[in-house]
Design a protein around this ligand. Sequence first.
Ligand SMILES: Cc1ncc(COP(=O)(O)O)c(C=O)c1O
Length: 368
Amino acid sequence: MIDERWEIGSEFDWREEFVTLDGPCHEWPSPRSLFSSGRAALLSLLRQWSDAKARRTLHLPSFFCMEVAATLATVTDLAWYRDVPDQEAPDLDTLRAEPGDLVLAVNLFGRRDGSLWNEWRSRNPEILVIEDHTHDPFSPWAQESAAPYVWTSLRKTLPIPDGALLWSPQGLPLPSPASSPSHGSNDKLIGMLLKGLYLKGACISKEEYRTLQMSGEDSLAKETDSPVSPFTHAILNGLDIPRMRRRREANVREFNRALLELPQDRCAPLFTSWPEGGVPFNALLVCKDEETRDELRRYLIGEKIYTAIHWKQKGEPLHSQDPEALSLSQRILTVPVDQRYSCEDIHRLVEIMGRGLVRSVGQGAMQR
Ligand SMILES: Cc1ncc(COP(=O)(O)O)c(C=O)c1O
């Protein structure tokens, strides 16, 4: 990346440096189904299990992506149990599943391990547990899972235009994707290629590749059963997954460490430890209140640091009604520190954050 185009976050660009020439670095589960998006995979699974006579309820964590939940609500009834990632573990006493229901167990931001769920599952064999490993697809929990179904949207952490994986450690039947691929995958791939060249300094309009990325994302979000693109299918075995995981974990550690040197009154890491062998999704911050979070976010956008909110609940058509989840969703901020960034990038990012925090003290606003 040339310096004048330095930025952090937003959609992935395509980089050959993430491809290994040393053969496959990961043994994928077999059999498996590969879809274009996580939603396409889970909707296909839910349709497979839906029973017109007795509608099944899907239980979701109260801290979850409400846009995805709204899509799932089109094919099944929803209920909520308390799992808020500023707490050590999900509160499974709030999970009121009946025999025949389905439960989504989520490794939120990669900070959970499966022990509580494994125990709960063995006490509730008549309930179908589906694990969501989107935030850390290659954690020991995911790799050693014995759940009925395991699901992960690979495109959220790997630099690929699309892709979600579904398998059944218990050998249950898997849905197959439909035959027609998603147009969204193509747009996203072109967007990735153009962004990669833009960051290197090529005369390419940012607006042009952003438009493709956004239209691609819009189409992917609407997919209900499409297969993974030929590009992702072919490249999965060529990706240097261990290297990317090492980089991401080191960046989160370095970010959390460097943050300790900044004023602590306005924002702090959501968590600083995670299960052995796991890799956190990204650096997660909890701010003092919603205003501070939004101010910090605006300031960072002005510095070309594009943070994200995982996930909003206030004002969404659907929400969990859990006051603790709502409160955290108003204060949380995701800072992307994935495999794209070096240790120097992390230091630069924290230094910029520090400038904003110091300047804003006593001013009530974080201006550039
Ligand atoms: C934890 C989690 N699981 C699943 C999904 C669905 O993935 P996709 O966007 O590929 O449909 C998302 C998307 O935001 C997610 O955050």
